[in-house]
Design a protein around this ligand. Sequence first.
Ligand SMILES: Nc1ncnc2c1ncn2[C@@H]1O[C@H](COP(=O)(O)OP(=O)(O)O)[C@@H](O)[C@H]1O
Ligand SMILES: [Mg+2]
Length: 234
Amino acid sequence: MTDSVTRPAHPVLDCRNVVRRFREGASTLEVLRGVNLTVQPAERLAIIGSSGSGKTTLLQIMGGLDEPSEGEVLVNGEPMHGTDESAKGDLRNRYIGFVYQFHHLLPEFTAEENVAMPLLIRRESKAEALQSARALLDRVGLGERLTHKPGELSGGERQRAAVARALITRPQLVLADEPTGNLDSGNGEHVLRLMLELNQELQTSLVIVTHDHSIAKRMDRIFVLEDGVLRQSV
Ligand SMILES: Nc1ncnc2c1ncn2[C@@H]1O[C@H](COP(=O)(O)OP(=O)(O)O)[C@@H](O)[C@H]1O
Ligand SMILES: [Mg+2]
């Protein structure tokens, strides 16, 4: 695959002093206490941290699915927050692909329809969207499962379909929240290898949340989220 997309000079993602508090009755839980992170084009990095340290919260804020209490997130130089929902949705659709621990495929749609969905949201024609979806599903080894619904796929197959859905728009940034956390080691390795290969081919940046150090070590940089701040691990 060749990369015909022009990459601008901005970092793909820029988190500036991101704070997130949750109100718990009378008290306030400060989960993120000033997170700073810059992700460059095609860079791959891991965020590790113990359960409850705020990894999912941070990823949701990076992707515009949650709002920071303070600070800002720039995607490709554009502010993610403070815009209305439709502008945010548009920014997400243009630049970001998500892979979750649980596949989040729509159960009533086939694999090819699920993967085509982000293109349909972009108002591509159904014929073209499905054609692209079939090509990418073939690429992730699901060429024989195009019209299967998620319930008719194995866990590993569902996660490979979810990776295809995240990459179908050739996003500049993929955010992955423990994408192999729900798979056995063989399937986990297959999914991870696919993500790394596709990211390389499409020159997509990758932020992967994991508590698996062997996965983290395969990324360009490793960060640890602890006490609400992100530190680069040496
Ligand atoms: N919507 C919410 N309301 C209140 N507390 C929350 C909410 N989301 C997350 N938290 C709390 O924030 C902390 C971090 O959660 P999370 O980001 O899911 O951690 P991780 O993904 O690292 O396990 C936890 O203590 C969790 O209970
Ligand atoms: Mg989590």
